[in-house]
Design a protein around this ligand. Structure first.
Ligand SMILES: *[C@@H]1O[C@H](CO)[C@@H](O)[C@H](O)[C@H]1NC(C)=O
Ligand SMILES: *[C@@H]1O[C@H](CO)[C@@H](O)[C@H](O)[C@H]1NC(C)=O
Ligand SMILES: *[C@@H]1O[C@H](CO)[C@@H](O)[C@H](O)[C@H]1NC(C)=O
Ligand SMILES: *[C@@H]1O[C@H](CO)[C@@H](O)[C@H](O)[C@H]1NC(C)=O
Ligand SMILES: *[C@@H]1O[C@H](CO)[C@@H](O)[C@H](O)[C@H]1NC(C)=O
Length: 838
């Protein structure tokens, strides 16, 4: 029927009709453009002879790693210095077809000025007698040009405090928390003393942290030959440069940062250190006592003076120095004078980026290696990785120069200042947090690509399958053995380690929830001693001893490329979730095994009732508002205590998907254009009330009252994760199916193709954001920067990965309340993932 009014208003009606025509037309044309754009891969003709991996591997049949190794290791490149290598890296990326750029951060670093270490005998009547003055230098070797020159970097520990202290000293073994606790328990004085500590077991910065916390006023850390796995002169090995054993004068430099509190610029936790940024006192993560690293040659006379002084020690405390009985000391009338001076300064550092835009710029793969080294050389750490990164870019160039475009965007990153505390990558991760969380599918790290012959793999479990399957595609050196065979032969299984900290994946995994992996050949059985952070980590060493012929460099670059190409080219992301669930179950049971048995019957019902109250108060029914204080930490990502201005408005983890976020404003480093789309994320977390409702439903389902015991909760979480393992297994099969469908897409009808397209899009979306869900907005207790609830740097180890850190630390601290809290957080996360995958 025609509306009379309309008839009476012809003018408006024309306009209206125009609108009515125009809008649908506009919509249809957008839809068509969109369709042709997104379905391009669906209809793209497949050329069977065009296998990107084959082209890549063929390009790497000529091995140029030695060239890049030579360039990087021929000049000092301490963090924030050597702009020449910044330009070299950028020009290589450009030469190999990447869009390249340099970005800088202003960060807090310390550069060596002066130092000394002297051993004295006290004398009442005359001047103290100087017994020994440590050389604090590594020997110049005529065979190895990197060990001489006026451009050598002194031996020092980054961020060690300035000071000149004189005191008696004690031997503190590895300087772990337990070692210091043992000393205290046995009555060895630590307060006011200097601690002599051997390298090993934990990150060196934490040795300093514990020494300082137990009252030491200075520390020296030395490399003990007892930790060289038997590659010693007693066993017939000659020291470098004549054999595999450690050179007695070798010194391990390094950072004394307290890595497990937070990495990155110590003055800007959580934010990118751009010019003008607000800074905090650095001492939460840097020492307040002076420290020095030492060779065993220099440590020998010092330790000998402790023989039979203080207490004798168990065998586990004994190193391999001849003539030393490793008594704890102190020795009466014997003292050390330790002097260290560094230039603490805010100075620019430079990250270099190279990018190849993919067809799908919303999915990005980042491959990173750091460039800075503690020494002039750094052939292994980090420049074997730098050589692999350049080889990767060269291999990919073989593809791009034929006009090939990756399906997903590939970004290479050459980080600066990793050595001081993962600074270049962390500042980048903090500055571009939202952008990275929105777009990055995986982060691939290569730091030490080659220090020995033993492949080491560490990764998020969703990447286990990718790592294993691709290792099967790479043949090992020139034999027919695959890299996978070699790995299994070496390890006895194909278990992949979990990531702790100690390299640039830390911000991506632990802070941003991005699936990450780390690969490299490390030194192990049969290999020469690797002179870590020493002048002897040189081109001469790597080319004559570490990796003659650079064959391991080549294998690693091939492997890295295969991982990148698989992640970029496979239509359905190669992230597998079942491995994640089974790992999770393993960690949970490990944590349960550490729980005191008497906790089992503790009634933990108070948690639930207080949750009820919180809910009631929300509706204005409860005047006490009691829940808030407790819940702030565990449950309410939104209502929890804020961490001050700098943390505001950050992170989308609480919401799951990226809702209507704006991208970073000036992507200087990455050439990213435009605003992110207004995609809707899966509702991984529907909020506290929803979670509690679900929780009570579950309880009701199990026929339990909200008032429950810990053992019931434990059982529930366990069965939740067992169910989750089932769900993820089904989901992995589903994504395999989607991929297979894609591979036979030519046989599908038009509408089937469209349907498949949207199914794949949805699956990729869930896969991409899966790991983000394990972030907990408020972070771990006392170290909120670490937001991942499954993985973190061990709080007392630094390097070693801590699984389920919140829960396990609560157990270690005998804190039942927190343990319950973390079980809740875990079950909440798993529950929401479970729902999104069902
Ligand atoms: C360090 O202190 C000692 C006395 O304890 C002094 O003899 C020495 O000159 C000082 N060194 C420096 C560089 O200040
Ligand atoms: C400390 O380093 C800065 C550069 O960051 C430099 O300008 C300054 O001269 C240095 N000071 C000393 C005492 O070496
Ligand atoms: C691989 O081949 C090169 C020469 O082509 C040879 O020098 C090297 O020893 C071989 N490596 C192995 C493990 O066979
Ligand atoms: C990814 O790896 C799997 C397993 O090795 C393999 O079947 C597949 O062809 C690879 N895909 C690409 C695009 O590299
Ligand atoms: C997974 O769940 C389905 C449906 O609940 C069930 O039939 C199957 O047996 C379960 N599989 C495993 C391995 O638990």
């Amino acid at each position: 029927m025609i509306d009379e009014k309309q008839l009476n208003q012809p003018k408006r009606s024309v306009l209206r009709r125009l609108h009515m025509l125009f809008l649908p037309l506009l919509a249809i044309s957008f839809f068509l453009i969109y369709l042709s754009d997104i379905t391009q891969p669906l209809f793209r003709a497949r050329k069977e002879d065009e296998n990107p991996l084959e082209i890549y591997l063929k390009a790497l049949e000529t091995n140029e790693a030695h060239k890049w190794s030579k360039v990087y290791t021929s000049q000092p490149h301490l963090a924030g210095t050597n702009y020449g290598l910044v330009e070299f890296t950028k020009s290589k990326f450009e030469e190999y077809g990447f869009e390249a750029s340099v970005d800088d951060y202003d960060v807090y670093l310390s550069y060596p000025i002066d130092h000394s270490l002297e051993l004295y005998e006290h004398s009442e009547d005359k001047k103290d007698k100087l017994l020994y003055k440590a050389s604090l230098e590594e020997d110049v070797l005529s065979e190895d040009p990197t060990t001489s020159g006026d451009d050598l970097i002194p031996t020092f520990l980054g961020y060690g405090a300035n000071g000149n202290v004189s005191a008696e000293y004690i031997y503190a073994n590895y300087g772990t928390k337990e070692d210091f606790e043992d000393l205290v328990a046995r009555g060895v004085p630590i307060k006011g003393k200097i601690a002599v500590i051997r390298y090993g077991q934990i990150f060196r910065g934490l040795k300093v942290k514990f020494a300082q916390e137990y009252g030491a006023i200075g520390a020296v850390i030395y490399s003990d030959p007892g930790d060289d796995y038997g590659i010693t002169p007693e066993n017939g090995y000659k020291p470098y440069p004549h054999g595999k054993a450690r050179n007695p004068s070798s010194v391990q430099r390094g950072s004394a940062q307290f890595l497990s509190v937070y990495p990155g610029d110590p003055t800007t936790p959580g934010v990118g250190s751009k010019k003008g940024v607000e800074r905090v006192d650095p001492h939460a993560t840097t020492p307040s006592i002076p420290v020095l690293p030492l060779s065993f040659k220099d440590a020998l006379p010092i330790l000998k003076k402790l023989n039979k002084e203080g207490l004798s020690v168990p065998d586990s405390w004994k190193g391999g120095l001849e003539g030393v009985d490793y008594s704890t000391g102190p020795a009466k009338n014997i003292h050390l004078n330790l002097y260290s001076e560094q230039n603490f300064t805010i100075t620019p550092i430079y990250n270099v980026y190279g990018e190849i835009k993919g067809e799908n710029a919303d999915e990005v793969i980042i491959v990173g290696n750091h460039r800075d080294a503690w020494i002039k050389g750094g052939a292994s750490d980090p420049n074997s990785g730098s050589a692999a990164l350049i080889e990767l870019s060269r291999g990919l160039h073989a593809l791009t120069k034929t006009g090939w475009k990756p399906h997903r965007t590939i970004v290479l990153a050459s980080w600066d200042a990793e050595e001081y505390g993962l600074i270049g990558s962390t500042e980048f991760g903090e500055q571009f947090e939202k952008f990275l969380q929105k777009k990055v599918v995986a982060y691939l790290n290569v730091d030490v690509a080659v220090a020995g012959t033993h492949l080491h793999l560490g990764a998020s479990p969703s990447l286990f399958k990718l790592l294993k399957d691709n290792a099967k595609e790479i043949t090992f050196k020139n034999s027919t053995e695959t890299l996978y065979d070699n790995y299994v032969k070496d390890h006895g299984n194909d278990i992949i380690s979990t990531l702790g900290s100690g390299s640039d994946y830390t911000v991506f995994l632990d802070h941003l929830g991005i699936p990450s992996l780390d690969i490299g050949f490390i030194a192990g059985k049969g290999d020469p001693v690797y002179h870590y952070h020493s002048n002897y980590d040189s081109y001469h060493w790597i080319s004559t001893s570490g990796d003659p012929g650079f064959e391991y460099h080549n294998v690693l670059a091939k492997y890295l490329g295969s991982l990148v190409l698989n992640l970029s080219e496979r239509e359905v992301l190669y992230l597998k979730l079942h491995d994640y669930a089974t790992e999770l179950l393993k960690y949970l049971l490990e944590a349960y095994a550490q729980m005191p048995e008497e906790w089992d019957n503790e009634v933990i019902g108070f948690r639930f009732s207080s949750c009820h109250r919180a809910k009631a108060s929300h509706h204005g029914k409860d005047p006490h508002h009691e829940g808030r204080r407790h819940h702030g930490k565990g449950f309410h990502s939104k209502e929890g205590p804020h961490h001050g201005e700098r943390h505001h408005g950050k992170g989308f983890h609480a919401e799951g998907g990226p809702h209507h976020e704006r991208g970073p404003h000036h992507e200087k480093g990455l050439h990213v254009e435009g605003e992110p789309h207004h995609q809707k994320g899966p509702h991984f977390e529907k909020g506290f009330h929803h979670d509690m409702e679900m929780y009570h439903k579950k309880l009701a389902h199990h026929g339990k009252e909200p008032k429950t015991k810990l053992k019931h909760l434990k059982k529930q979480v366990e069965s939740l994760i067992i169910d989750f393992a089932n769900t993820t297994q089904t989901y992995d099969a589903y994504t395999d199916f989607l991929q297979k469908q894609h591979e036979i897409r030519d046989s599908l009808s038009f509408w089937e193709k469209i349907k498949l397209h949207f199914k794949i899009k949805a699956a990729n979306f869930k896969l991409k954001y899966f790991e983000r869900v394990f972030l907990h907005e408020n972070g771990l207790k006392n170290r909120e920067w670490f937001k991942h609830i499954v993985y973190a740097a061990g709080r007392n180890t630094g390097y070693a990965g801590q699984r389920l850190p919140g829960l396990v630390e609560a157990i270690e601290d005998k804190n039942l309340h927190d343990a319950v809290k973390w079980l809740h957080i875990l079950s909440k996360k798993v529950d929401s993932l479970q729902k999104s995958l069902e």
